[in-house]
Every structure is written in structure tokens, then in C-alpha cells.
Design a binder for this molecule. Structure first.
Ligand code: MG
Length: 633
């Protein structure tokens, strides 16, 4: 299978686009005529540039309003226009042109009339040594269904005329992709893929602004691709993504996301179809299966040596015990039951660089996966960046990839006992409070809004996850978008938060720590009241809630007054859904915008206390106005 992407999908001038596309690993491009026209190079120079990047031009597009015109000058002109483009294609070194179905007000339609137009065009194309593919636009005036476009192509009955399929045009109109199975694969000249979020809106507007990468939206691309593969189509699979965010976004990131999404989609389709699916799935690299995360082995914070004592005092207040020191690095292990938090104060290396650039920050998230080597291989095959760090003799080499911002993701096998190999036991003192915290419930990473789709794709293509919709959280200074990624076992979640508004807590965090990072960690407890009392006794700074909040809780839910007073006394926030209750407690901002959340989920409550988020954000805003963010230590 050859991979391709339309130049219109990403930002930059033509040269920047080519560099990003080539680096991302694509085999070729669809050259969008506008990109070419606005570029001040001759066709043969452009052709050379494309080849110099190791790419080929797989398609020239779009050619509009060709078919179904009445006899006369209009029809004549559309043929001579096509001839000029065929000449240009010869100079560019590409042999396939996309004709999209006409939206011309004078287009008469008629399957046979259109077929006749294409049969004539086929003769001209043949003389130029090029081919023409016909695509049904979802908003085409007469032809807006690939089944009708195929009928035109079938009746044109010309070797140089074929069909072009575009997942958006088929799926956005709710056309059953199964109908593709009836088309001979050799008459499909090209296949374009685009996903899109399910939004009710005008088809043209939806297509021009909201298309996104396979897996980022809600269209059933696997069903579309399975039908394409059934035809034995062997040509390129190409992304044609019109998206406002991508057009202004970071070209290398968008191109890389595109390649990742395509490889991941084809991998999952191949898995569903089995090894002998053939067609476009033949020759695909065999990727290991998506990695299943069973636990968080540890989370590592890097901080300045002078901040260490204050930072660690917080862990002690939370009931963690110092149980280990890294044998060769300035890293301490804080443990509570199966939870491990590490504090890294190494003076050099990547953690020190992270602290220098961002202040106290989470540098490592270590996941326990079913097969660390396989998970690592899959991540690299999907374009994740490898991370290698020198290890001392006897220490475990943990497969690692780069994560959000300055952080890394460690991939551990269940049997990998790094505590024995890499750590020496520490004397944490006799005080061993009962463990009230049980496991990591969610890790919240805050980033630029533009990066959210990219990181969501990163996690959902590498790991076995469940997809959740994007939702809005109201901050006093604007909207924050939140995307939840739930691991397959529904125990661990990652939340990605981002905001376009410059003064929301999310945006302030990203600008104050100079980049995306973990902003908060939510730890699960089975007894939030005992925890709340311990934190109060320990003088751990809890985020205070308002009387108005509790009045509202009483109005919204059927709670008895004793219970309400209990949660109010400990500043616990409350929510419930049809299956259970959710109790939340937030720390004040601890250091550099970081904070903790403690949650008690009861009877399968599935959310994250979204109705409480505006009150939490307002409370954080009040707290930060009253007192400057305290520095640790
Ligand atoms: Mg298209």
C-alpha cells in the first residue's frame, strides 16, 4: 500500500509542505492546484522538488464543473480547459487527474450525457498518457453519490476513465459503504480518506472546515476501508483533509499525525479482516497489537534540589513513605500501597533540563503493559520518538518513548522489578500510616488546544483505549476543551485539556510552565472522609469551596443534611450519575501550577465531576488571587 496526502491538508508554502510530508513517511502527494499556482516555480522544477524529497505526485486535483454541460461554447471550453491541465500534468510528471462532480448551475446531468463527456475526455487523456478519476462530491449538483458516479464511469467504458472514492463524500451523506463492494477494484483509480466529527451542518461547510484524520472523528472509516479492500483495489490510500486548525497548525505535527492515523487505521482493518485480506492491505507493515495498560508503575516529578524537602513533605502529608533511593541517581521513591511517586533532583540530564525550562514538572509516566517490547515497537512504527538514556550496569533498560512536552513514557512489563534492580531500600521511619490512596484514577495533561487532537491520536493509536467525546469546561476566563481517554480496563484515564482563550487556567498553566505538561494527578481513594480528615490534621492545603456551592448541591441532589455537612466540612465536591456517586477533593496549587485531586468513585460512576469543574476553576482562581502560588520548600 502506498500512502499519500493532499498538499491542502497542511500549512506552509509548497516547499514547507513537501518537507513535512516527506519527513512523516508518506510515499506521495495529491498536488492541489492552488498550492502549485501560488508557488513561483515552473512545473518541471516542482516535479524535481517533489522527486528530490523522495515523493511522487499521485494525483492532480481538483478539476471542477466538467461534465453534464449543454452543447455549445461552455462544454467546448471545459474540454479545452482539461487539455491545458493534461499538458501541465505531463510537465509535473503525474498521470492522474481528479474531476469532482459538477456544481455548475448550467449542468444538465443525465448519467448517459455525463458518461459521453467522460468517454470523449478519456480519448484526449489517453493521447496525453494520463488518466481521469471521477469523484462524486456530497454536494454535487446532479451527481452526489459514488454509486451514480460509478454508473457514469461504467457507461463511459474507457480505459482512461475510473472512479475516485472519498470517505467523507460517502459517509457524510450516510451512503452505505457496503455498496463499494460491487465496484471492480481496477476501475477505482484512487481512494481518499478523511474523518470528521459528527456535527449537524451544511455538507460543504462541514467538509471544508471540519475534516480530520482517520480516528479523530466519528465516521466509520474501517467499514469504508474494508469495502474498498474487498474490491481488490491496490492503489494509494490518500488523506484529503480540509481543516482550519491544520491549515494554521504545525506542518510537521499534522503530517506526522496523518501518517500515524493512516497506518493505525490500516493495521486495525487488517486485524479485523485477517491475514489474507489482500488488496490495499497487502504489503502493510505488521504492527504489534495495541498495548494494554494494566497499571501506572510510577510517576516521576523533577524539581530543584532546594525544592525537594518541601515537595517531599507534601507526599508525607498524603500518607506516602520514603521507601527507596535510586542506586545511581538523585531519585527518591515514595510509596503508598501500590502507588509510587518518584522525586528526581538530578543536577544534569533530561530531568534537570525539564526543570530548568519548565520548573517543577512531571517528567516520567511509567505504564505497566502486557508486552513492553511490543508496545515500544508499535509506538515507534507509528512515529513516536524513541527515548534512550544511559543506564548503569545492572539497571533495567526500560523501553521509553517521548510523551507530552518534556516528559517521557516508560513501558514496563508486569514482571519488571525495577525497585529491586535500580533502587536501594530507604528507611522511611517507623510511621506507616494506613494506605488511604489506592491507584491513579486519571492523569491530566494540559496543552495548547491545537495539540489536543495530536496527543489524543498518539494515545489512542498506541494503546488499547476507549474513545470519549470532547467536552467543554467553563472557566471564569473562557472555555477549556477536555478530551478523556479511558484505558480498556476503565480503571485509568488520561485527560487532555486545552484552551483557545488566553487567560483560562489551562492557558495560564501552559504559558507559565512554558509548554504542555501534566497539570494534575487524580488519585483514587476508598475512604475520602478518612483522607479528608487526615489531610486536615496534616495541615495539607485543601482547595476551599463556597457555601453557595453546597447550597446548590443540596438543591440538585437528594442528600441528607448530615452528609452535606460532612462533605462541606472537608471541602469535598459531589456529583452523581445514574450509576453512582463521585466525591472529589482538590489540593491547592502545590508548585508551579501542579495540583492533586483525590476521588472516590462509587458503583460505576463513569464521569469526572464535570459539573464541578467550573467551581473548582473559580476556587483556584480565587486562591491564586488571594495568595501568590507558593513555592515549594
Ligand atoms: Mg476528495
Amino acid at each position: 500500500m502506498k500512502t499519500s496526502i493532499a498538499t491542502v491538508s497542511i500549512s506552509g508554502d509548497f516547499a514547507e509542505k513537501l518537507a513535512a510530508i516527506a519527513d512523516a513517511g508518506f510515499d506521495g502527494i495529491e498536488i492541489f492546484e492552488q498550492d502549485f499556482i501560488s508557488f513561483d516555480f515552473s512545473p518541471s522544477d516542482v516535479s524535481k522538488m517533489v522527486r528530490d524529497h523522495g515523493l511522487e505526485i499521485m494525483l492532480f486535483q481538483p478539476f471542477r464543473d466538467f461534465e453534464g454541460l449543454p452543447e455549445g461554447p461552455l462544454r467546448h471550453r471545459s474540454f479545452s480547459r482539461a487539455e491545458r491541465k493534461f499538458e501541465l500534468m505531463n510537465q509535473l510528471g503525474t498521470d492522474l487527474m481528479l474531476v469532482c462532480s459538477s456544481v455548475h448551475p448550467q449542468s444538465l446531468g443525465g448519467i448517459d450525457r455525463c458518461a459521453q463527456d467522460f468517454a470523449e475526455l478519456g480519448d484526449i487523456a489517453k493521447a496525453f498518457g494520463v488518466r481521469v478519476g471521477y469523484e462524486a462530491l456530497a454536494w454535487g449538483r446532479q451527481i452526489h453519490d459514488h454509486r451514480d458516479a460509478w454508473e457514469v464511469v461504467r457507461r463511459a467504458d474507457h480505459g482512461s476513465i475510473g472512479l475516485i472514492l472519498d470517505s467523507f463524500h460517502t459517509l457524510s451523506r450516510g451512503i452505505d459503504p457496503e455498496s463499494i463492494r460491487r465496484i471492480p477494484g481496477d476501475k477505482i483509480f484512487f481512494v481518499q480518506l478523511a474523518d470528521a466529527p459528527m456535527i449537524e451542518m451544511d455538507l460543504l461547510f462541514w467538509s471544508r472546515h471540519f475534516r480530520n484524520m482517520p480516528g479523530e472523528g466519528d465516521l466509520d472509516l474501517p467499514a469504508f476501508m474494508k469495502a474498498v479492500i474487498a474490491t481488490d483495489y491496490k492503489g494509494p490510500i490518500s488523506l484529503e483533509i480540509f481543516n482550519d486548525q491544520f491549515r494554521r497548525g504545525n506542518a510537521p505535527m499534522v503530517a506526522k499525525d496523518g501518517h500515524r492515523s493512516l497506518i493505525s487505521l490500516m493495521d486495525s482493518v487488517r486485524r479485523d479482516l485477517g491475514e489474507n485480506a489482500g488488496g490495499a492491505s497487502a504489503g502493510l507493515p505488521r504492527l504489534p497489537a495495541k498495548a494494554r495498560i494494566s497499571d501506572v508503575a510510577f510517576i516521576e516529578f523533577a524539581t530543584r534540589p532546594e525544592g525537594k524537602d518541601g515537595f517531599e513533605a507534601l507526599f508525607r502529608q498524603l500518607g506516602f513513605r520514603l521507601t527507596g533511593h535510586h542506586k545511581t541517581k538523585a531519585v527518591s521513591r515514595w510509596q503508598q500501597g501500590g502507588l509510587n511517586l518518584l522525586v528526581d533532583t538530578e543536577p544534569t540530564g533530561y530531568a534537570a533540563e525539564a526543570v530548568f525550562e519548565h520548573g517543577t514538572t512531571v517528567t516520567d509516566i511509567a505504564f505497566v503493559v502486557d508486552d513492553a517490547a511490543a508496545a515500544h515497537a508499535r509506538a515507534l512504527a507509528l512515529g513516536a520518538d524513541n527515548f534512550v538514556q544511559a543506564v548503569a550496569k545492572g539497571e533495567v533498560e526500560i523501553p521509553t518513548i517521548k510523551g507530552v512536552g518534556h516528559s517521557v513514557i516508560r513501558l514496563l512489563d508486569a514482571g519488571m522489578d525495577i525497585w529491586r534492580t535500580d533502587f536501594a531500600e530507604a528507611d522511611g521511619g517507623a510511621d506507616d500510616p494506613p494506605a488511604l490512596l489506592s491507584h491513579i484514577d486519571h492523569i491530566a495533561q494540559t496543552m495548547g488546544y491545537d495539540e489536543m487532537l495530536s496527543w489524543a491520536l498518539f494515545y489512542t493509536t498506541i494503546f488499547d483505549t476507549l474513545k470519549s467525546p470532547l467536552f467543554d469546561v467553563v472557566d471564569p476566563d473562557g472555555l477549556i476543551k477536555s478530551q478523556v481517554i479511558t484505558m480498556e480496563d476503565r480503571r485509568l484515564h488520561l485527560t487532555l485539556n486545552g484552551s483557545d482563550a488566553p487567560y483560562t487556567r489551562a492557558s495560564r498553566f501552559v504559558s507559565s510552565v512554558r509548554g504542555p505538561a501534566v497539570q494534575h494527578i487524580a488519585i483514587a481513594t476508598d475512604d475520602i472522609f478518612a483522607l479528608g480528615e487526615r489531610l486536615r490534621d496534616q495541615k495539607f492545603e485543601i482547595l476551599a469551596q463556597t457555601q453557595n456551592y453546597y447550597d446548590d448541591v443540596l438543591a440538585r441532589f437528594d442528600l441528607d443534611l448530615d452528609f452535606l455537612n460532612k462533605i462541606k466540612g472537608l471541602n469535598i465536591l459531589y456529583d452523581e450519575d445514574e450509576s453512582g456517586r463521585y466525591l472529589q477533593l482538590f489540593s491547592r496549587t502545590i508548585d508551579n501550577g501542579l495540583f492533586f485531586e483525590f476521588v472516590q468513585r462509587e458503583s460505576g460512576y463513569a464521569g469526572f465531576g464535570a459539573p464541578n469543574a467550573p467551581f473548582r476553576l473559580a476556587a483556584q482562581r480565587r486562591a491564586s488571587e488571594k495568595t501568590p502560588i507558593p513555592a515549594a520548600g
